[in-house]
Design a protein around this ligand. Structure first.
Ligand SMILES: Nc1nc2c(c(=O)[nH]1)N[C@H]1C(S)=C(S)[C@@H](COP(=O)(O)OP(=O)(O)OC[C@H]3O[C@@H](n4cnc5c(N)ncnc54)[C@H](O)[C@@H]3O)O[C@H]1N2
Ligand code: MOO
Length: 575
């Protein structure tokens, strides 16, 4: 339906007025998603129309767009459609008229063309988009002109009252409209590079889980399973604590006080003598097991010694005993599937008597450099500076990195790297070779290897020059732009999502930061990744060094921030 010979002619009416009550009265069509105004997104979606009428306040919309306003202004959608339709003048009965809202951040020209096509071939009075929740979007539709004329004659103020019998619903993925500030934030998220990366990974299956026997692992080797991801919940094999324990240095007491102190003191790791009689106490150390007969523990600070040598409590009935099973009982679920295995999780597993973990990962990657100029001898050669920071960042993201060979500019070297043996789900990372220059053979090699491209480029600088592909054996290829800062930025953008997809990890929520000079350093229409430093008062400031060919801007940087186009709106901390 994209082919021009089959394209159906239509005119378009775009509704761009209305006060956005649920957006605090903001001018919704002027709100930006992915750097574009919603009205521009609607105009682009209508760009194949013969004529376009925009109904709403006068705006800067470029040449060739007819602008009208309904009378009185803000009189409701039906009045606005009527005003726009009237501006098109007399139309043949079977002329297609697209009626579109200007609050649809993901509406495309292809979707509008599809509606026109479907309406025409069914000769239906109108065709409307069906959104993912199966709701007809009345303001994403293509009408037969006579059906629209008729509907406007009989309708009340609402769009719904206009919908003709026999109208078609055409499922269009992801066209949800923006009504609230939360909708707008979600749309911005989805339009941004992190949202695009996540969407590109929908078809990725996680690697198979495996078991790790913690009992067999020497303590020094526990870090082998750090950064893997639980494939099953962590369930306690033993209660904790395993016995009633003194949580403070003090006295274990029996019955009401004052207490006659008996000995010897109970030490941690040793069984004490029973407290045989009410009215007796024994000194006890933190971590010691409460002796048989003792009711509770009183910390020493909350006791005093009477003249007759007995101890009494200075508070009333407090207990510093950590009771058996008070943290968890056998069988309790302690950590959910999808959690990243960290040192605290391993310690928890040990305390709970767990000897086997079912996990995925940790993720492994082989890291290659590429390009004849890198590491070569001669006056046109350069030093490899990209692989070190990429390696370090991968390691920080929990990836086990093996150094792959350097790949000279030849199709066979890349083909060899793609064809070499690797573990299931292993990531192949190649720095450089994402460009389209004659020396860049990655795409050819991927084609020949039967790989599926998942993502080719992102609207972000630096790092947007990247490529993600699924290899036939289930492994993934990540091609990073060769400029060192681009390679680091591309890693930060993609690897957390790749790791989460391959290991079925529960994604961490996005971390937002305030970058004080965001507007000054942002790109006007692309997303931008900048190194940032904390100011110590909860805010961050972005570096203004901009060369991506060397790493100076990253020296000492504490994080990378993802600035939206123009710098207004939520800034995400990437790493
Ligand atoms: N006509 C266009 N040319 C380029 C574009 C573009 O949009 N249109 N984008 C530029 C950007 S941005 C990047 S990033 C690169 C991406 O291309 P490649 O991934 O093919 O990277 P290379 O061309 O191999 O290298 C780019 C640059 O980085 C140097 N390099 C490569 N490897 C290393 C390394 N290990 N250590 C240090 N420096 C390295 C290489 O010599 C190049 O100078 O394309 C731009 N071109
Ligand atoms: O990926 Mo290139 O900056 O965008 O350096």
């Amino acid at each position: 339906m994209d082919g021009s010979s089959a394209a159906i002619d239509f005119d378009a009416v775009i509704l761009a007025g209305g006060r956005a009550r649920r957006l605090a009265g903001a001018d919704k069509p002027a709100s930006r998603v992915g750097g574009r105004r919603l009205i521009d997104i609607a105009l682009h979606a209508a760009s194949r129309a013969g004529r376009i009428v925009v109904v709403g306040p006068e705006r800067d919309l470029g040449d060739g767009v007819i602008q009208v306003q309904e009378e009185p202004p803000f009189a409701g959608p039906a009045a606005a459609v009527a005003a726009g339709f009237a501006a098109l003048g007399p139309l043949d009965d079977d002329r297609n008229v697209a009626v579109l809202a200007a609050d649809l951040p993901f509406l495309t020209a292809a979707a509008v063309a599809e509606l026109a096509e479907r309406r025409t071939s069914a000769n239906a009075p109108a065709a409307f988009a069906l959104d993912e929740s199966e709701r007809l979007q009345y303001l994403v539709g293509v009408w037969r002109a006579d059906a629209l004329r008729q509907a406007l004659r009989t309708a009340d103020a609402s769009m719904k009252s206009m919908i003709p019998g026999g109208a078609l619903g055409v499922p269009i993925a992801g066209i949800a409209d923006v009504d609230t500030a939360a909708d707008l934030a979600a749309a911005r998220e989805r339009a941004g590079p992190v949202g695009i990366v996540a969407a590109s990974l929908h078809s990725i299956s996680p690697v198979d889980p495996h078991s790790v026997d913690l009992g067999d692992l020497p303590a020094d080797d526990l870090d082998r399973c750090l950064d893997s991801v639980l494939a099953r919940p962590l369930a306690a094999a033993a209660e904790f604590p395993a016995f009633d324990t003194a949580a403070m240095d003090g006295y274990a007491v029996r019955g009401p006080g004052p207490w006659r102190v008996v000995g010897p003191a109970v030490r941690a790791g040793h069984d004490g003598d029973p407290l045989a009689e009410p009215g007796t106490a024994v000194p006890i150390a933190t971590g010691a097991r409460l002796p048989p007969g003792a009711d509770r523990t009183i910390r020493v600070e909350e006791t005093s010694t009477l003249d007759d040598g007995r101890v009494t409590e200075t508070t009333d009935g407090r207990d510093d005993t950590r009771r058996r099973g008070s943290s968890w009982q056998t069988g309790d679920r302690l950590v959910a599937t999808g959690a990243v295995v960290d040192a605290a999780l391993l310690g928890t597993a040990r305390a709970a008597g767990i000897t086997r973990l079912d996990v995925r990962g940790p993720l492994r990657a082989s890291l290659h450099t590429s390009g004849d100029e890198v590491g070569a001898a001669g006056s046109a050669a350069i030093t490899d500076t990209a692989s070190l920071p990429v390696h370090a960042l991968l390691a920080r993201l929990g990836v086990r990195v093996g150094r792959g060979e350097h790949l000279p500019d030849s199709p066979s070297s890349i083909a060899d790297a793609l064809g070499s043996r690797r573990r299931p789900g292993e990531l192949v990372v190649i720095i450089g070779a994402t460009g389209r220059g004659s020396a860049d053979h990655l795409r050819t090699a991927l084609d020949e290897a039967g790989a599926t491209t998942l993502l080719d480029g992102l609207p972000v600088r630096p790092g947007g020059s990247l490529l993600l592909a699924r290899l036939p054996d289930g492994g993934l290829l990540l091609g990073l732009g060769g400029n060192p800062v681009a390679a680091v930025a591309g890693t930060a953008l993609t690897v957390p999502a790749l790791r989460d997809a391959l290991l079925a990890a529960t994604a961490a929520p996005a971390e937002r930061i305030t970058v004080t000079n965001a507007v000054a350093v942002a790109h006007h229409e692309l997303w931008r990744i900048v190194p940032v430093h904390p100011d110590g008062a909860g805010h961050w400031s972005a570096n203004t060094v901009t060369s991506t060919a060397e790493l100076r801007s990253l020296v000492g940087a504490r994080a990378l921030a993802l600035l939206p186009p123009g710098g207004e709106g939520a800034v995400r901390r990437l790493v």
